[in-house]
Ligand binder design. Structure first.
Ligand code: ZN
Ligand code: ZN
Length: 348
């Protein structure tokens, strides 16, 4: 989906003639090849080439939008060597292993330059086709949540809730995007409490964070639901997080900085004396990776643009008491925003 045109500008700015792409999501973005972990892309002034091995001859031919070269290392490096001779070749410093870099040094007569985030920068703004894939992934997750919600009851284990969500996603043709978080009662104080064998009890809040991966693209949503009637304190925390979440979503528009949205949500939680309890950043971009740019963390200078897809997910975590997180998946539009996650939020 990602065009090479956008990448050229980033490569020029980084002062490289060519780029050796090893990050699986970047390989997929540039080539269309869905087994990015078993491929590499070499971008040169002439164009891009996908390198993968003979296990993928048929798949690569079906999927790739760029020429494919089937080989295994070290033959891969030898073929690429001719294309990069004498050039400044960027590699992905945040992904390529030391061994991978040594192999390039051994085979290439080229100047190797560490780069950061070149393809990631192009991936920040989604094409209409990518937005559609994310929209479909989220719609599927919304349907699965609606099926499972009635079964989130006292006496049920967190694991069973997670299993039902996972089965629903798989049955609908998606992959499970990441380990499903089901954190009930006091476990709700753990922002990343993956489902355990704890039995949900009456009067508890349960935080559920899960996502589908469909055609490589992720969805991401969190809902905190009440089982029975939670205490006054839990409801107070829930409503404060909901207020912060809705205010931050409503402030999403082109031109706003990620850090400003984080500050807005944090300000509201501070007012409810929950600033300390909001232990993570407000949100992140979503696409081929579940966590990508732009960043909606404190101080982030990332500026929102139409076509970006971000999460807005404030939370409050109180050790020994419980926790709340509410997360929506939001598309930045020309006029502001569109919320892609449609699962209703409970009013407590
Ligand atoms: Zn999430
Ligand atoms: Zn998230």
């Amino acid at each position: 989906m990602t065009t090479l045109d956008g990448l050229r500008g980033a490569m020029n700015a980084a002062g490289v003639d060519a780029l050796w792409v090893s990050d699986p999501a970047n390989v997929r973005a540039l080539s269309g090849f869905s087994s990015g972990e078993d491929g590499k892309v070499l971008v040169t002034p002439e164009g891009a080439t996908l390198y993968t091995d003979a296990r993928y001859t048929v798949q690569a031919q079906e999927e790739a939008r760029v020429p494919v070269h089937i080989a295994r290392p070290p033959e891969t490096y030898r073929d690429a060597a001719a294309r990069v001779k004498g050039q400044r070749v960027g590699f992905e410093a945040e992904h390529l292993t030391v061994a991978g870099l040594e192999a390039l040094r051994e085979h290439w007569d080229a100047q190797l330059v560490p780069t950061r985030g070149l393809v990631e920068r192009v991936r920040l703004v989604k094409t209409p086709e990518e937005v559609q894939l994310i929209r479909e992934a989220q719609a599927l997750a919304d349907r699965v949540f609606a099926e499972v919600r009635p079964n989130i009851q006292a006496g049920v284990r967190e694991l069973d809730v997670a299993l039902e969500l996972e089965q629903g996603l798989r049955r609908a043709g998606a992959e499970v995007g990441f380990a499903v978080i089901v954190a009930s009662g006091p476990r709700g104080a753990m922002p990343h409490g993956v489902a355990s064998d704890r039995v949900i009890e009456d009067g508890e809040l349960v935080t559920i964070d899960f996502g589908a991966r469909l055609n490589g693209y992720h969805s991401d949503m969190t809902r905190t639901v009440a089982v029975g009637t939670p205490s006054e304190e839990l409801r107070r925390v829930y409503n404060a997080v909901l207020e912060a979440e809705e205010a931050a979503v409503a402030a999403v528009r082109p031109g706003v900085k990620g850090g400003d949205l984080d500050a807005l949500a944090r300000e509201i939680l501070n007012r409810h004396h929950l600033g300390e309890a909001f232990a993570h950043s407000l949100g992140h971009g979503v696409g081929l990776k579940i966590h990508e740019g732009p960043s909606l963390r404190a101080g982030s200078e990332d500026v929102l643009e139409p076509g970006m897809v971000v999460t807005v997910e404030p939370g409050a975590y109180l050790p020994g008491v419980g926790g709340v997180r509410i997360e929506d998946l939001v598309l930045v539009t020309e006029g502001g925003y569109e919320v892609l996650s449609r699962t209703p939020k409970e009013r407590l």
